[in-house]
Design a protein around this ligand. Sequence first.
Ligand SMILES: *Cc1c(COP(=O)(O)O)cnc(C)c1O
Length: 364
Amino acid sequence: MTIPPFASTHEPSSTARTDADRDAILVDPGFGVHFTDHMFLAEWTDTAGWHDARVVPYGPLQLDPATAVLHYAQEIFEGLKAYRHADGSVWTFRPEANAARLARSAHRLALPELPEEWFLGSIRALVEADEAWVPAGEEKSLYLRPFMFASEAFLGVRPSRHVTYSVIASPAGAYFPGGVKPVDIWLSQEYSRAGAGGTGAAKTGGNYASSLLPQQEASAHGCAQVAFLDSTEKKWIEELGGMNLYFVQADGSIVTPELSGSILEGITRDSIVQLARDRGHEVVERRVSIDEWREGTADGTITEVFACGTAAVVTPVGSLKWPDGQAVAGDGSAGKVTMDLRSALVDIQYGRADDPHRWMSRLV
Ligand SMILES: *Cc1c(COP(=O)(O)O)cnc(C)c1O
């Protein structure tokens, strides 16, 4: 399917990078450090609804110091990628699912829902304007960051009556430039990411703010990510700070924590469930306890552990560490099932494999 054009105004940047400058950035773009020449903006008010869709030069936003988002964190975001295929065309992966999730997040944060047509149209309009920023090459992409925030200048506590939606884009290099390597994960003892009835299932900045201190603790212990348990019993595995988790068992079945209300419903998570089933794996969504992780890796019931999300796609987990021990799945190297599922997904995203579930949408 091709995403149809969307009516928005376009003010071309007068300070766009030269072809040479852009190409130099695209050789090794890193993640989230360089931004394209334009951005998309739209406004919502309680009286006029959504309006003023526009593509404008990328640049700072001017905010009144009383802008509500700076005080009460009424904000949500999304993350998806544009992929360049071998024939030069540009595609994205399941954008309707991101549109639907943004609407669910909006509901939880008392923000207005953005219609799907606006979401898809904003992605297309920005990628059209900055098409040259979609890198070609092994696992490179243009990372798209749609976000929405309370932009009314008002310090009272109630949902904002002025909301701004924006999309910015940032070229991204391969997450594992030297080949996929397992990561070590720190088990947070003290902190939870989200609680029952809270905002864990919404993609909102506050969840990330609360994960930064445990993330620092993880780094201090040489770990790349944090694994969080449920906040009530401190027993059930939820997810990492920004990725969902899977456990491959010796009988070939795959288990992933069931959506608890405080787990973020990843689009990669859902896609991996489908791809694993297509390949004949039994996939079970149920509660998984921390003891099951520890004992299963020790007795060989669990042979592989991996995490998934848009940015890193599928990442093998080498070990789970805590103050006086660790759990290593298999021999700690990237497992076969993990790597097969990873290839199956990226091959669809980069147009190297059939797309039986019609997940890809053409942008340019
Ligand atoms: C975005 C996110 C994920 C992954 O979602 P994808 O749609 O697969 O990118 C997982 N957990 C959290 C907390 C997230 O914010």
